[in-house]
Design a protein around this ligand. Structure first.
Ligand code: ADP
Ligand code: MG
Length: 352
């Protein structure tokens, strides 16, 4: 049997020590980490970005099919993804943790092994956090600090008429991974011996459970000397994110259905589920790819850049936001994003 240690055996400080011991730092901006009232960071001449993500059990993740190590890895990576989307580099991470009584020390060690793996891979320092009891399962609130040389930060509001619209990777696969995991959960009917069937769809499961932030694309753009005019990461679906850029930049856009990058396994899964593939690619969440715009004269360079696809261009605001379908018809882009705030889960709690 697996070893289990009740949190009460270690106490809060023993637990924090267990989760954060032997941390080594990657960044010179980290002056002090865990162990004092606050961490200390020092950024003498760069611009600093700060981002927070909050994840609640039953709303954002389901521990029946998400291993704790993967949850830790993913929650850190999605935080880093927000920093890269500002064209900055993630440096420090803090972790707020709400834990209900069913979690043991070993559970939290598994969670932290994922968080710490992500920190090591992306060169981020875990410098602090807070730990408290929760009455509603596991709660995670991660805050990442990053930096970029002055003038390098890219916001959502800089897209200009005729700019090219680019996306990295492929879209819709994480959403299809979630559909697959949900399907197998239903099929298992709670039987712990049940072996889920993922044959030929491993990529979808990986995209859902172990996403990566596109540091490689940020580095590629930097090497090529290209600074996007606007950028964000795609967490709520391409349509929704592109509309954010257009609204903030006071522009319209035109993207082409045939150019939207979709993986083969995503297409197979959509067919099996009888789902519209393009709808899934436009609105499926959690891709964590980058969406960015660059001036038109970079066209040739962008066409050649590995892992990036030009899917359309920015237009004047009064032309609206449009999708050109394969048969040449035009549709208005609409955000049907995968918005957790509107999910029925939020409605089931009693009012205070
Ligand atoms: P305080 O009572 O001053 O808020 P805590 O006892 O909460 O301090 O935390 C002690 C130290 O441990 C602090 O440096 C804090 O950042 C760190 N810490 C607390 N909880 C966590 C956690 N879940 N993960 C990482 N560091 C943590
Ligand atoms: Mg505290």
């Amino acid at each position: 049997m697996e070893k289990t240690t009740e949190i009460s055996q270690l106490g809060e400080f023993g637990l924090i020590d267990r989760l954060t011991r032997d941390i080594t730092f990657h960044n010179k901006s980290t002056v002090r980490g865990v162990g004092d009232d606050a961490a200390v960071v020092e950024y003498p001449d760069t611009e600093v970005v700060v981002t927070t993500d909050m994840l609640l059990e039953g709303v954002h993740f389901d521990l029946t099919y998400v291993p704790l190590k993967h949850l830790g890895y993913k929650s850190a990576v999605v935080n880093f993804s927000d920093v890269y989307a500002m064209n900055a580099l993630p440096r420090q991470l803090t972790v707020g943790l709400g834990v209900s009584s069913r979690f043991t020390v070993e559970h939290l060690e598994a969670l932290y092994s994922g968080i710490r793996l992500a920190c090591d891979i992306y060169g981020v320092d875990l410098v602090g956090g807070d730990t408290t009891a929760s009455r509603s399962g596991l709660v995670l609130a991660l805050t990442c600090i990053g930096d970029a040389p002055k003038g390098d930060i890219v916001t959502r509001d800089g897209a200009k008429d005729t700019d090219l619209i680019c996306v990295s990777g492929d879209l819709g696969s994480a959403y299809m991974g979630l559909q697959l995991l949900e399907r197998e959960k239903v099929a298992s009917a709670g039987d712990p011996e049940f072996i889920p069937k993922f044959d030929g769809k491993e990529y979808l499961v990986e995209r859902q459970l172990k996403p990566e932030a596109r540091r490689d694309i940020i580095e590629e753009l930097h090497k090529a000397g290209i600074k996007p005019t606007a950028m964000m990461d795609i967490s709520d679906g391409l349509s929704s994110e592109l509309l954010h850029i257009c609204k903030a930049s006071h522009t319209g856009c035109r993207i082409y259905e045939e150019r939207i990058p979709i993986d083969y396994q995503t297409a197979v899964m959509a067919e099996e589920l009888n789902m519209n593939l393009v709808t899934a690619a436009l609105n499926g969440g959690e891709d964590y790819e980058l969406l960015f715009t660059v001036p038109l004269h970079y066209h040739e360079m962008m066409e050649k850049m590995k892992g990036v696809k030009v899917i359309g261009h920015i237009t004047k605001e009064d032309l609206g936001c449009r999708l050109v379908t394969r048969d040449g018809a035009e549709m208005e882009l609409r955000a049907q994003g995968f918005n957790h705030m509107s999910s029925p889960v939020a409605e089931t709690e009693e009012k205070p």
